[in-house]
Design a protein around this ligand. Structure first.
Ligand code: RNT
Ligand code: ZN
Length: 424
């Protein structure tokens, strides 16, 4: 054991020297990394089911495919699964809740009547575990969302219901922010769109704008709650038109100061990347919410892997000094693998990519670029990919008291046998 940790320390020492030779301080990178809180999405734990209507159908143009055993059936099981994921992810992280994860004690509570009391157990749990909370109205999987429209619906009564739901959610968010001493980001995403070519692309957008204005009318102290809006390109059943497109929400957030723009990595054309949008958008909005996800063909919700784009996103946040203006959330739902592993693998990858970015000699790269030496810029960027960043990552895991390397999977396997296997 002593020899093992001795050799780990020695490996770290050598890796640290390699980086020091490039002018990179690995200790500074590790302390910065330790301060970044990811917002883990609760909905990976139960395939976006929620507890409002057990066994209810997921709608809104999103789908979780797979039937891996052990899905959480209630909030206690979901919290237990989350606790394990947090024990396997270095650092202290937030939880991103959806309104359908309310606990109403078996009583039917309409979504426009939800209040902080329906999230009391989540709040206690967050306090005990040191997790900040973020929140989302659930404008799908509901009879009043069955025809694919909510805030942009042509029926004013349907619109009103969803407006009231979103207002209730902002209040719940503010309650979380006040209670936990860290602002809650409440993110509005609506599925509104149409399968086939609409004759009127304008009217639903006008209605969506009007609904959002009503929702955001009441000022709330940003120390407690911050509002974000999330665009999408298309979904299942909204292939031809989505009212809340990128241009729609970009314009909305810019024209309504204080509104955060949410960029979901899976909500653009397949070759369009959000890494290139960060520096453009942050010229015009104060803060960003990211839904770090991975699109594969038509689907946008695969577990985050260590792709070029994930690295590019994190590089942009570090190079632009944008970490203080960016809330990093994860958004994927894969029901074909162990769900705790999905969270753990995705979150660890996001942090690994962030570490790689923090280990970059940005000043030197910019000096090459400034001098017009693009040859050296390319050479150094490629050299960096082979540097021992994984050794620095292992050191981070050790210091943060989480498993190093594949050892995290052993803990998940044990949990699978002892806990998940008994869930019907
Ligand atoms: C859907 C959006 C949205 C959802 C969650 C469940 O396409 O990405 O963020 O994933 O609200
Ligand atoms: Zn999203």
């Amino acid at each position: 054991m002593a020899t093992h940790s001795g050799s780990a320390e020695a490996a770290y020492g050598l890796a640290r020297e390699r980086y020091a030779a490039l002018g990179v301080d690995t200790e500074a990178a590790l302390s910065q990394l330790a301060q970044v809180a990811l917002s883990l999405h609760c909905w990976q734990g139960d395939d976006v089911g929620g507890f409002e209507n057990p066994g209810g159908e997921l709608s809104g143009g999103i789908a979780a495919t797979g039937n891996y055993p052990g899905k959480a059936r209630n909030a206690d099981e979901l919290r237990s699964d989350l606790d394990l994921a947090y024990r396997l992810i270095p650092g202290r992280h937030r939880l991103n809740l959806h309104a359908i994860y309310a606990e109403t004690g078996g009583k039917k509570v309409e979504r426009n009547e939800l209040g902080p009391e329906h999230f009391a157990a989540w709040l206690d749990w967050a306090k005990a575990g040191g997790h900040g909370l973020d929140f989302n109205p659930t404008c799908f999987s509901h009879p009043l969302a069955a025809d694919g429209y909510t805030l942009a619906h042509r029926d004013p009564a349907v619109r009103q219901f969803w407006i009231e739901h979103c207002i209730a959610c902002r209040h719940i968010g503010a309650h979380f922010g006040l209670a936990l001493g860290t602002p809650c980001v409440t993110n509005i995403w609506v599925p509104d769109g149409s399968k086939d070519t609409p004759a009127d692309r304008l009217a639903p957008r006008q209605r969506l704008r009007e609904s959002l204005d009503q929702i955001l009318d009441e000022p709330i102290d940003p120390a407690f709650n911050r509002d974000a809006v999330e665009a999408k390109l298309f979904g299942l059943g909204s292939e031809s038109y989505v009212a809340g497109s990128h241009e729609f929400y970009m314009g909305y957030a810019v024209s309504r100061p204080g509104t955060l723009l949410c960029l979901d990595a899976g909500h653009f054309h397949p070759t369009e990347v959000i890494s290139d949008k960060v520096s453009a958008v942050l010229l015009y909005v104060d803060e960003l919410l990211l839904h770090v996800s991975r699109g594969v063909r038509w689907d946008s919700d695969h577990v985050v892997t260590l792709t070029d784009e994930l690295q590019a996103i994190m590089q942009e946040l570090v190079r632009g000094d944008f970490l203080g203006r960016t809330h990093i959330g994860l958004d994927f739902f894969d029901a074909s693998i162990n769900r705790v592993a999905a969270w753990t693998i995705g979150a660890r990858n996001a942090l690994r990519a962030l570490l790689m970015a923090l280990l970059e000699p940005t000043a030197e790269l910019r000096a090459f670029e400034g001098a017009g030496d693009n040859t050296a810029r390319l050479a150094l960027l490629e050299e960096l990919k082979g540097l021992p960043w994984a050794t620095i990552w292992d050191q981070h895991c050790r210091r943060q008291g989480v498993p190093v390397g594949m050892a995290f999977l052993d803990e998940i396997r044990t949990y699978e046998t002892q806990v998940l296997a008994s869930r019907a």
